[in-house]
Write a protein that binds this ligand. Structure first.
Ligand SMILES: [Zn+2]
Length: 255
């Protein structure tokens, strides 16, 4: 009996250490997320633990969310809205960069907002597909419903604010980047390092790391003609890069 307990203990320790290793590998070297309004007009970061989502102003009293963070009750988002005297009804739309659970859960707190995602990630967002431990764990309904499936190159117009949609497959098959209000929202497809450079998604967390890199290089090419429009790059698990399109262009040059 004692021996069995010893082995169980050891197995548990290995699992805990492996998990800690994955978390460390996923987040070390990244610039920290800073909660609050930006120096650029109409933008606000909501920090929800290790992930962020973004409020994009659509007008005086309306916002769109880029991603919905990790918390089903959306506490951090509600606090972010309340700081500006806004309630949950101010959220008109939620644009998901991809369907991973830590980016979508808060959508449940805004049932009136229209949820959008690239078509390829809709099954993941709704919980009809899983990404990790495929075949071992059955898919579980997330409760999130995508009301509008997006396509690459589409332009979404929300109260006069345009969101350009770019497919950047690799982290997930339906990963998207959105360009709105001069900000390129990257979800998990890119990170910002402590040195202020752009890095691809961490290998361990991605379906296809090589495709992720190729998608970033292609995005740099596609955005080159409108480089002057891009003032910032906003990843989901690290801080915002306020250096225009340059970090993406620099990444593309060496990859
Ligand atoms: Zn992800």
């Amino acid at each position: 009996m004692k021996r069995v307990l010893k082995w169980v203990g050891l197995a548990l320790l290995v699992v805990v250490l492996a998990f800690a290793g994955i978390v460390f590998a996923a987040f070390h070297g990244l610039s920290p997320i800073e909660d609050g309004r930006w120096s650029l007009a109409g933008l606000q970061t909501v920090k929800d633990g290790i992930v962020s989502c973004y409020l994009v102003d659509l007008g005086e009293r309306e916002v769109a969310l880029v991603d919905a963070c990790n918390d089903k009750s959306a506490q951090a988002i509600l606090v972010g809205l309340a700081k500006r005297g806004l309630g949950p009804e101010a959220v008109k739309a939620i644009l998901l960069t991809h369907g991973d659970s830590d980016h979508i859960a808060g959508a449940l707190a805004f049932p009136k907002a229209q949820v959008m995602a690239l078509a390829a990630d809709v099954p993941l967002a709704e919980g009809r597909e899983t990404r990790f431990l495929k075949g071992l764990l059955p898919p579980k309904d997330t409760g999130v419903r995508v009301g509008r499936a997006l396509a690459d190159g589409e332009v979404v117009e929300l109260s006069g604010v345009t969101f350009r949609v770019y497919a950047v497959p690799g982290h997930t098959k339906g990963s998207a980047a959105f360009l709105a209000r001069g900000v390129l929202f990257m979800g998990d497809s890119a990170e910002a390092t402590t040195e202020g450079a752009l890095a691809p998604a961490k290998r361990l967390t991605s379906d296809d790391p090589a495709l992720n890199r190729a998608s970033l290089a292609k995005l740099a090419q596609r955005l080159a003609p409108s480089a002057a429009e891009v003032m910032a790059i906003a990843p989901a698990h690290s801080g915002v890069l306020l250096k225009g399109l340059a970090p993406l262009t620099d990444f593309a040059r060496v990859h």
